[in-house]
Design a protein around this ligand. Structure first.
Ligand code: ZN
Length: 107
């Protein structure tokens, strides 16, 4: 289930939860343009108190049912690449099969 951005009413899978005015009401805003317009694009608006005196960051809201490119997890593609790189390094040093440590005890 998506939630609407409280500023532009666009349904989103991911929103930034934040307070943006003196009502101290929690808003949910698009992580893109809307959020930048209320925070200056800085998570806690550090150093921007003059411009955004009421801004307060309250975390990210994510559509839990959304499954796809929007995820906090490391994509499998990246994991596979890192694994391949690690393996390539190991092959270079002609290290023994599955051992990743013990580098200091050799010699
Ligand atoms: Zn928006």
């Amino acid at each position: 289930m998506t939630k609407d951005c409280t500023l532009c009413s666009t349904p989103r899978d991911v929103l930034v939860r934040c307070q943006i005015d003196e009502s101290a009401k929690w808003h949910f805003v698009c992580p893109g343009a809307c959020w930048k317009s209320v925070s200056g694009g800085v998570e806690d608006a550090r150093g921007l108190n003059d411009q955004y005196p009421h801004y307060r960051y309250g975390g990210m809201w994510k559509n839990r049912n959304a499954d796809g490119p929007i995820s906090a997890k490391k994509p499998k593609k990246v994991k596979d690449r890192q694994k391949a790189e690690r393996k390539a390094r190991k092959d270079d040093q002609s290290a023994s099969d599955e051992q990743e440590t013990n580098e200091e005890s050799s010699e």
